[in-house]
Design a protein around this ligand. Structure first.
Ligand SMILES: [Fe+2]
Length: 324
Protein backbone atom coordinates (compact mmCIF):
# COMPACT_ATOMS: atom_id res chain seq x y z
CA UNK A 1 0.00 0.00 0.00
CA UNK A 2 1.36 3.41 -0.91
CA UNK A 3 1.33 5.83 1.94
CA UNK A 4 -1.08 8.60 1.16
CA UNK A 5 -2.68 11.17 3.31
CA UNK A 6 -4.26 14.50 2.77
CA UNK A 7 -2.07 15.74 5.63
CA UNK A 8 1.19 15.31 3.80
CA UNK A 9 1.00 18.18 1.35
CA UNK A 10 0.82 20.62 4.17
CA UNK A 11 1.60 19.57 7.70
CA UNK A 12 -0.40 22.44 9.07
CA UNK A 13 -3.29 21.10 11.06
CA UNK A 14 -6.95 21.44 10.21
CA UNK A 15 -9.47 20.49 12.87
CA UNK A 16 -11.59 18.93 10.11
CA UNK A 17 -9.00 16.18 9.70
CA UNK A 18 -8.83 15.00 13.28
CA UNK A 19 -7.89 12.27 13.72
CA UNK A 20 -5.98 11.28 10.59
CA UNK A 21 -7.53 8.08 9.24
CA UNK A 22 -5.51 5.51 7.31
CA UNK A 23 -7.60 2.75 5.77
CA UNK A 24 -6.04 -0.44 4.46
CA UNK A 25 -6.84 -0.55 0.76
CA UNK A 26 -6.83 -4.34 0.88
CA UNK A 27 -3.25 -4.79 -0.21
CA UNK A 28 -2.07 -5.52 3.33
CA UNK A 29 -3.39 -8.99 4.07
CA UNK A 30 -1.14 -10.33 6.79
CA UNK A 31 0.25 -9.05 10.06
CA UNK A 32 3.78 -9.44 8.69
CA UNK A 33 2.90 -7.20 5.74
CA UNK A 34 1.42 -4.64 8.13
CA UNK A 35 4.57 -4.67 10.26
CA UNK A 36 6.82 -4.22 7.28
CA UNK A 37 4.61 -1.41 5.89
CA UNK A 38 4.73 0.39 9.25
CA UNK A 39 8.50 -0.04 9.51
CA UNK A 40 8.97 1.31 6.00
CA UNK A 41 6.73 4.34 6.63
CA UNK A 42 7.68 4.87 10.25
CA UNK A 43 9.27 8.29 9.80
CA UNK A 44 6.38 9.81 7.87
CA UNK A 45 3.78 8.21 10.17
CA UNK A 46 5.48 9.71 13.21
CA UNK A 47 5.71 13.09 11.48
CA UNK A 48 2.03 12.99 10.77
CA UNK A 49 1.24 11.99 14.34
CA UNK A 50 3.31 14.91 15.64
CA UNK A 51 1.24 17.19 13.41
CA UNK A 52 -2.28 15.89 13.88
CA UNK A 53 -2.16 14.33 17.35
CA UNK A 54 -3.92 11.05 16.51
CA UNK A 55 -4.00 8.48 13.71
CA UNK A 56 -6.68 5.82 13.27
CA UNK A 57 -5.68 2.65 11.39
CA UNK A 58 -8.73 0.83 10.01
CA UNK A 59 -8.99 -2.48 8.21
CA UNK A 60 -5.55 -3.80 9.16
CA UNK A 61 -5.09 -7.47 10.11
CA UNK A 62 -5.13 -6.97 13.88
CA UNK A 63 -7.51 -9.22 15.78
CA UNK A 64 -6.30 -9.85 19.32
CA UNK A 65 -3.84 -8.73 22.00
CA UNK A 66 -0.89 -10.58 20.48
CA UNK A 67 -1.34 -9.27 16.94
CA UNK A 68 -1.91 -5.78 18.36
CA UNK A 69 1.32 -6.06 20.36
CA UNK A 70 3.15 -6.96 17.12
CA UNK A 71 1.46 -4.19 15.13
CA UNK A 72 2.34 -1.52 17.71
CA UNK A 73 5.88 -2.85 18.14
CA UNK A 74 6.56 -2.12 14.45
CA UNK A 75 6.48 1.62 15.25
CA UNK A 76 9.63 1.17 17.33
CA UNK A 77 8.58 3.13 20.40
CA UNK A 78 10.23 2.36 23.69
CA UNK A 79 8.10 0.43 26.13
CA UNK A 80 6.21 2.14 28.98
CA UNK A 81 4.71 -0.47 31.28
CA UNK A 82 1.55 -0.12 33.32
CA UNK A 83 3.31 -1.73 36.28
CA UNK A 84 5.95 1.01 36.46
CA UNK A 85 3.41 3.79 36.01
CA UNK A 86 1.60 5.64 38.78
CA UNK A 87 -1.70 5.19 36.92
CA UNK A 88 -4.71 5.19 39.22
CA UNK A 89 -6.84 2.92 37.01
CA UNK A 90 -7.25 -0.82 37.54
CA UNK A 91 -6.08 -2.71 34.45
CA UNK A 92 -5.30 -6.26 33.35
CA UNK A 93 -2.14 -7.15 31.41
CA UNK A 94 -2.62 -9.38 28.34
CA UNK A 95 0.93 -9.28 26.98
CA UNK A 96 4.05 -7.48 28.24
CA UNK A 97 2.97 -4.40 26.28
CA UNK A 98 -0.81 -4.68 26.08
CA UNK A 99 -3.33 -4.23 28.88
CA UNK A 100 -6.99 -3.46 29.27
CA UNK A 101 -8.19 0.11 29.03
CA UNK A 102 -9.68 1.47 32.25
CA UNK A 103 -11.82 -1.32 33.75
CA UNK A 104 -14.35 1.15 35.17
CA UNK A 105 -18.01 0.00 34.78
CA UNK A 106 -19.66 0.68 31.44
CA UNK A 107 -22.04 3.32 32.75
CA UNK A 108 -19.12 5.42 34.02
CA UNK A 109 -17.82 8.14 31.71
CA UNK A 110 -14.07 8.61 31.74
CA UNK A 111 -13.54 12.31 31.17
CA UNK A 112 -10.93 13.89 28.93
CA UNK A 113 -7.36 13.70 30.17
CA UNK A 114 -3.78 13.37 29.02
CA UNK A 115 -2.59 9.94 30.11
CA UNK A 116 -1.02 9.98 33.60
CA UNK A 117 -0.52 13.76 33.46
CA UNK A 118 -1.54 13.85 37.14
CA UNK A 119 1.76 12.12 37.96
CA UNK A 120 5.39 12.95 37.20
CA UNK A 121 5.71 9.74 35.10
CA UNK A 122 3.71 9.63 31.87
CA UNK A 123 3.93 8.10 28.38
CA UNK A 124 4.43 10.15 25.21
CA UNK A 125 2.33 7.78 23.16
CA UNK A 126 -0.93 6.05 24.00
CA UNK A 127 -2.38 3.50 21.62
CA UNK A 128 -5.79 1.85 21.74
CA UNK A 129 -7.04 -1.23 19.93
CA UNK A 130 -10.69 -2.18 19.58
CA UNK A 131 -10.99 -5.94 19.80
CA UNK A 132 -14.76 -5.79 20.27
CA UNK A 133 -16.82 -2.62 20.05
CA UNK A 134 -19.76 -1.92 22.36
CA UNK A 135 -23.35 -2.56 21.22
CA UNK A 136 -24.18 1.09 21.91
CA UNK A 137 -21.97 4.01 22.88
CA UNK A 138 -18.44 3.39 24.14
CA UNK A 139 -16.71 5.86 21.83
CA UNK A 140 -13.22 6.91 22.74
CA UNK A 141 -13.27 10.69 23.01
CA UNK A 142 -10.33 12.56 21.50
CA UNK A 143 -9.65 16.25 21.85
CA UNK A 144 -6.79 18.42 20.62
CA UNK A 145 -4.79 19.74 23.58
CA UNK A 146 -3.30 22.66 21.62
CA UNK A 147 -6.71 23.88 20.47
CA UNK A 148 -8.08 23.57 24.00
CA UNK A 149 -5.14 25.62 25.25
CA UNK A 150 -5.73 28.36 22.66
CA UNK A 151 -9.41 28.61 23.51
CA UNK A 152 -8.88 28.62 27.25
CA UNK A 153 -6.16 31.27 26.93
CA UNK A 154 -8.54 33.42 24.88
CA UNK A 155 -11.45 32.94 27.30
CA UNK A 156 -9.54 33.25 30.59
CA UNK A 157 -6.14 34.86 29.92
CA UNK A 158 -5.19 35.69 33.50
CA UNK A 159 -6.12 32.36 35.02
CA UNK A 160 -4.48 30.53 32.13
CA UNK A 161 -1.30 32.52 32.74
CA UNK A 162 -1.46 31.44 36.37
CA UNK A 163 -1.69 27.80 35.24
CA UNK A 164 1.38 28.34 33.07
CA UNK A 165 3.32 30.02 35.85
CA UNK A 166 2.47 27.81 38.82
CA UNK A 167 1.22 24.55 37.37
CA UNK A 168 -1.13 22.45 39.38
CA UNK A 169 -1.20 20.11 42.36
CA UNK A 170 -3.49 17.09 42.43
CA UNK A 171 -4.75 15.37 45.54
CA UNK A 172 -6.33 11.99 45.27
CA UNK A 173 -7.37 9.16 47.47
CA UNK A 174 -5.48 5.97 46.76
CA UNK A 175 -7.59 3.02 47.96
CA UNK A 176 -6.37 0.42 50.46
CA UNK A 177 -6.87 -2.28 47.81
CA UNK A 178 -7.80 -2.49 44.12
CA UNK A 179 -11.41 -1.50 43.45
CA UNK A 180 -12.31 -2.31 39.84
CA UNK A 181 -15.66 -0.49 40.18
CA UNK A 182 -13.91 2.88 40.26
CA UNK A 183 -12.16 4.74 37.45
CA UNK A 184 -9.45 5.57 40.05
CA UNK A 185 -9.55 2.24 41.88
CA UNK A 186 -5.94 1.08 41.91
CA UNK A 187 -4.75 0.33 45.46
CA UNK A 188 -1.63 1.97 46.90
CA UNK A 189 0.57 -1.14 46.88
CA UNK A 190 -0.05 -1.64 43.18
CA UNK A 191 0.04 2.08 42.31
CA UNK A 192 3.36 2.65 44.03
CA UNK A 193 4.83 -0.82 43.32
CA UNK A 194 5.51 -1.39 47.04
CA UNK A 195 4.53 -3.84 49.78
CA UNK A 196 4.67 -1.89 53.03
CA UNK A 197 3.64 1.52 54.33
CA UNK A 198 7.30 2.42 54.94
CA UNK A 199 8.13 1.66 51.35
CA UNK A 200 5.08 3.66 50.21
CA UNK A 201 6.24 6.68 52.21
CA UNK A 202 9.76 6.43 50.78
CA UNK A 203 8.34 6.31 47.26
CA UNK A 204 6.01 9.26 47.88
CA UNK A 205 8.88 11.26 49.38
CA UNK A 206 11.06 10.57 46.35
CA UNK A 207 8.26 11.81 44.08
CA UNK A 208 7.84 15.01 46.06
CA UNK A 209 4.33 14.11 47.26
CA UNK A 210 2.67 14.96 50.56
CA UNK A 211 0.44 12.27 52.05
CA UNK A 212 -1.90 11.30 54.85
CA UNK A 213 -3.07 7.82 55.83
CA UNK A 214 -6.72 7.23 56.66
CA UNK A 215 -8.23 4.80 59.18
CA UNK A 216 -9.68 2.59 56.41
CA UNK A 217 -6.18 1.97 55.05
CA UNK A 218 -6.53 4.37 52.13
CA UNK A 219 -4.21 7.28 51.54
CA UNK A 220 -4.57 10.90 50.45
CA UNK A 221 -1.61 11.91 48.30
CA UNK A 222 -0.88 15.39 46.97
CA UNK A 223 1.58 15.81 44.12
CA UNK A 224 4.20 18.50 43.91
CA UNK A 225 3.32 21.24 41.41
CA UNK A 226 3.13 19.62 37.97
CA UNK A 227 2.98 21.50 34.67
CA UNK A 228 -0.58 22.06 33.42
CA UNK A 229 0.45 23.68 30.14
CA UNK A 230 3.52 22.69 28.19
CA UNK A 231 5.37 23.85 25.10
CA UNK A 232 6.09 20.89 22.86
CA UNK A 233 8.79 20.39 20.21
CA UNK A 234 6.89 22.11 17.42
CA UNK A 235 6.58 25.20 19.62
CA UNK A 236 2.89 24.67 20.13
CA UNK A 237 1.51 25.17 23.62
CA UNK A 238 -0.69 22.36 24.86
CA UNK A 239 -3.09 21.82 27.72
CA UNK A 240 -1.45 18.78 29.38
CA UNK A 241 -3.12 17.72 32.60
CA UNK A 242 -6.01 15.90 34.23
CA UNK A 243 -8.02 18.94 35.27
CA UNK A 244 -11.21 17.93 33.43
CA UNK A 245 -11.08 14.29 34.57
CA UNK A 246 -10.37 15.31 38.16
CA UNK A 247 -13.03 18.00 38.33
CA UNK A 248 -15.77 15.95 36.70
CA UNK A 249 -14.79 12.44 37.63
CA UNK A 250 -13.00 12.32 40.98
CA UNK A 251 -15.29 11.88 43.92
CA UNK A 252 -16.42 15.12 45.55
CA UNK A 253 -14.16 17.39 43.48
CA UNK A 254 -17.00 18.93 41.45
CA UNK A 255 -18.65 20.04 44.70
CA UNK A 256 -15.41 21.20 46.32
CA UNK A 257 -12.51 21.52 43.84
CA UNK A 258 -10.01 22.21 46.63
CA UNK A 259 -10.09 18.55 47.71
CA UNK A 260 -8.62 17.45 44.39
CA UNK A 261 -7.01 20.42 42.68
CA UNK A 262 -5.22 23.67 43.38
CA UNK A 263 -2.77 25.92 41.61
CA UNK A 264 0.89 25.07 42.22
CA UNK A 265 1.13 27.97 44.71
CA UNK A 266 -1.65 26.27 46.77
CA UNK A 267 -4.27 28.87 45.85
CA UNK A 268 -7.76 27.74 44.87
CA UNK A 269 -8.78 27.31 41.24
CA UNK A 270 -12.06 29.21 40.75
CA UNK A 271 -15.01 26.99 39.87
CA UNK A 272 -16.02 29.19 36.93
CA UNK A 273 -12.56 28.60 35.39
CA UNK A 274 -12.94 24.85 35.79
CA UNK A 275 -16.44 24.98 34.26
CA UNK A 276 -15.08 27.02 31.37
CA UNK A 277 -12.25 24.50 30.77
CA UNK A 278 -14.74 21.59 30.77
CA UNK A 279 -17.07 23.38 28.35
CA UNK A 280 -14.20 24.09 25.94
CA UNK A 281 -13.09 20.45 26.16
CA UNK A 282 -16.62 19.18 25.43
CA UNK A 283 -17.10 21.59 22.54
CA UNK A 284 -13.91 20.38 20.85
CA UNK A 285 -14.24 16.64 21.51
CA UNK A 286 -14.34 14.08 18.71
CA UNK A 287 -16.10 10.74 19.29
CA UNK A 288 -14.14 7.90 17.76
CA UNK A 289 -16.77 5.27 17.03
CA UNK A 290 -14.86 2.02 17.06
CA UNK A 291 -15.00 -0.74 14.50
CA UNK A 292 -13.56 -4.12 15.47
CA UNK A 293 -9.88 -4.24 14.54
CA UNK A 294 -9.30 -0.47 14.69
CA UNK A 295 -6.02 0.76 16.13
CA UNK A 296 -5.49 4.36 17.21
CA UNK A 297 -2.11 5.91 17.99
CA UNK A 298 -2.38 9.08 20.04
CA UNK A 299 0.27 11.68 20.85
CA UNK A 300 -0.30 12.11 24.58
CA UNK A 301 0.82 15.74 24.55
CA UNK A 302 -1.25 16.78 21.54
CA UNK A 303 -4.48 14.93 22.30
CA UNK A 304 -6.56 14.27 25.35
CA UNK A 305 -8.71 11.15 25.44
CA UNK A 306 -11.60 9.71 27.41
CA UNK A 307 -14.39 7.13 27.13
CA UNK A 308 -18.13 7.49 26.68
CA UNK A 309 -20.40 5.20 28.70
CA UNK A 310 -21.76 2.22 26.80
CA UNK A 311 -24.58 -0.28 26.86
CA UNK A 312 -25.70 -3.62 25.52
CA UNK A 313 -24.88 -7.19 26.48
CA UNK A 314 -21.68 -7.59 24.49
CA UNK A 315 -18.41 -7.13 26.30
CA UNK A 316 -16.58 -4.08 24.92
CA UNK A 317 -12.90 -4.86 24.70
CA UNK A 318 -10.54 -1.97 24.05
CA UNK A 319 -6.90 -2.68 24.80
CA UNK A 320 -4.12 -0.20 25.40
CA UNK A 321 -0.40 0.06 25.08
CA UNK A 322 1.90 2.93 25.93
CA UNK A 323 5.19 4.16 24.55
CA UNK A 324 7.85 6.77 25.13
FE1 LIG B 1 -6.46 7.32 29.82
Amino acid sequence: MTYSSNMLADLEFSQDNFPSVIVNDGSIETLEQAQSWISKNQVILKKELACTGAILFRGFPVSDAVSYDNFFSAFGYNNFTYKESLSNAVRINYTDLVFSANEAPKEVEIYLHNEMAQTPIFPNIISLFCEKSADTGGATILCRSDIVYQKIAAAEPQLTEKLVEFGIKYTNIIPAADNPDSAQGRGWQSTLSVETRDQAEQKLLSLGYKWQWHSDGSLSAQTKALPAIKTIDSGRQVFFNQIIAAYKGWQGVKEDPSIGLCFGDDSAIPKHFLDSICAIGSANAYDLMWQDGDVAIVDNHLSMHGRRPYGGDSVRRVLVTLGV
